[in-house]
Design a protein around this ligand. Structure first.
Ligand SMILES: *Cc1c(COP(=O)(O)O)cnc(C)c1O
Length: 386
């Protein structure tokens, strides 16, 4: 690969501009409002029910439950709130520990810290970029024991309450194996499915394997509510609790204002749900479009001898954010420099959590795959092509 040759960058630019049919700045991921968005927004405004009560929230929750196969869906103000509540309802409390991957958006670890719990960073697999079941197994076998149905970390004496794997860039991780390990060790499984609406593992939607799944509808995700999120669960009691605690724990009553715990104002406003309902109606269309784009990218980067990241085994990915693998940090930075200079937005994968100031002192397993990927992964423009 001779990535430093300018003619190749010209070829890359030509290909991407041709693909998106644009001579302007090409963003990494921009939303597409090409369905009934304006119609539903107008209906919502005309109804005056724009806040956290209204028929669009209900319709959205019903539709996303149907689409994902989850028994229940609770719409939230964003994906981080969905993760926070999922962890709280998994009884993650002050002093507990939660296993997650260092290769993720910062919100995953932040949600753990909001519960005053500590993250433990375990490595990812190279073929999924998601939590590695074998690294998880190794860590638990070397460091932990089950006492009275609790997983105790021998190094700290603390309880590992939950595990939060991420379906990175929409590619499903090996969630069935992770689930088995979590069950054996009495650890609650909360899936960070923020990026994976439309992604399936063994034909089952991501976010529906664990006790909870958290989805995000931030502006850059595959469908968006401007900001928004949702909790998926199959447990009726947990669903009721999630609905209650995200609605300031208000006891339903005709006129009384009474609350039975310190709740959260985490519900999705109806006006966002109106936008989101229209977006959700297009999810299958968006996934087909993105799969076509990924196929095109694969063919092109194969010809350049650059590795394009494809969906893992047993999976159907939504291809939310496409990624290529370069040869190392130098080549990665050259690529980032050249493409961004040409007005084509590309970016490296996130800085590993254990390298951030506020997360540097937490326990880690061996992180060689995460570090390897950190030096090589670059995300490339991935919007739905119109
Ligand atoms: C986007 C994202 C979140 C957070 O969602 P918000 O809606 O932005 O709060 C959490 N985890 C991952 C992996 C994400 O990509």
């Amino acid at each position: 690969m001779n990535i430093d040759k300018t003619f190749q960058f010209d070829a890359i630019e030509r290909f991407i501009r041709g693909t998106f049919n644009s001579n302007e700045f090409i963003p990494l991921h921009e939303p597409r409002f090409i369905g009934k968005e304006k119609q539903y927004l107008n209906e919502c405004i005309d109804s005056t029910f724009v806040s956290s009560v209204g028929k669009f929230v209900e319709r959205f929750e019903e539709n996303i439950a149907n689409y994902t196969g989850a028994k229940f869906a609770i719409a939230t103000s964003n994906g981080t709130a969905a993760l926070h509540i999922s962890l709280l309802l998994s009884e993650v409390n002050e002093g507990d520990e939660v296993i997650t991957q260092p290769l993720s958006f910062v919100a995953t670890s932040n949600a753990i810290r909001y519960c005053n719990a500590s993250p433990i960073f375990i490595d990812v697999d190279l073929d999924t970029m998601g939590l590695s079941p074998s690294a998880l197994n190794t860590f638990l076998n070397e460091n932990c024991q089950v006492v009275d149905s609790h997983c105790i970390n021998n190094k700290t004496g603390k309880i590992i309450k939950a595990c939060v794997p991420v379906h990175t860039f929409g590619h499903p991780c090996k969630i069935d194996q992770i689930l088995n390990i979590c069950q054996k060790w009495h650890i609650s499984l909360v899936e960070d499915a923020a990026e994976s609406l439309g992604s399936f593992y063994n034909n089952k939607h991501t976010g529906t394997f664990g006790k909870f799944g958290a989805v995000s509808f931030n502006g850059n995700k595959i469908i968006t509510a401007g900001g928004g999120g949702c909790i998926l669960t199959n447990d009726v009691k947990l669903a009721q609790k999630a609905r209650h605690i995200t609605t300031t724990s208000k006891i339903p009553h005709k006129w009384n204002y009474s609350h039975d715990s310190v709740g959260f104002n985490y519900r999705l406003p109806n006006i966002n749900a109106a936008l989101l309902l229209a977006q959700l109606e297009q999810i299958e269309k968006f996934c087909i479009n993105k799969r076509k784009l990924a196929t095109k990218y694969k063919f092109f980067f194969d010809s350049m001898e650059i590795i394009f990241f494809t969906e893992p085994n047993n999976s159907k990915s939504n291809y939310w954010l496409n990624a290529i693998l370069l040869e190392g940090r130098l080549q990665r930075d050259n690529f980032l420099e050249a493409t961004n200079n040409k007005g084509i937005m590309t970016r490296p994968i996130w800085t590993l959590m254990n390298n951030l100031e506020m997360y540097k002192d937490f326990q880690c397993g061996e992180l060689k795959n995460s570090e390897w990927l950190q030096d090589r992964i670059v995300n490339i423009p991935s919007s739905v092509v119109i």
